[in-house]
Design a protein. Structure first.
Length: 116
């Protein structure tokens, strides 16, 4: 990996990290809004006619939040690997990960053959 591309990788990891942190914040905010909505519905209407759709929306958002948390953990790991000079190396076989794969997924820690 050349100096230039290493710097470009560091930037793409940092950008992706920022993006994921914002997405996670967004999911947190939506969950908080939904919680408020749920509480107000409970107060107003014992029968809770929207309870089912609210519940499915809740699980959708929880799933979204969880996957963003995991993506953020992955990108943190990638940032640590960058610092150790191990970025872009497959953690299974030790061979370089294809540039196209890192472009698509800056947090990738396995080559395409060893992808989870
Ligand atoms: Zn591999």
């Amino acid at each position: 990996m050349s100096r230039t591309s290493a710097a470009a990788r560091a930037k793409s990891v940092a950008d992706r990290r920022k993006e994921l942190a914002a997405l996670l914040e967004d999911a947190d905010r939506q969950l908080a809004e939904l919680r408020h909505l749920r509480e107000s519905l409970h107060d107003d209407d014992e029968h809770d006619p929207d309870g089912v759709s609210l519940s499915s929306e809740w699980s959708r958002l929880e799933g979204l939040r969880q996957s963003r948390l995991e993506a953020l953990a992955e990108i943190d790991d990638a940032a640590a690997r960058l610092e150790r000079g191990e970025y872009g190396i497959c953690s299974v076989c030790g061979k370089p990960i294809a540039a196209a794969r890192l472009d698509a997924r800056p947090g990738a820690t396995e080559c395409i053959d060893h992808a989870r």
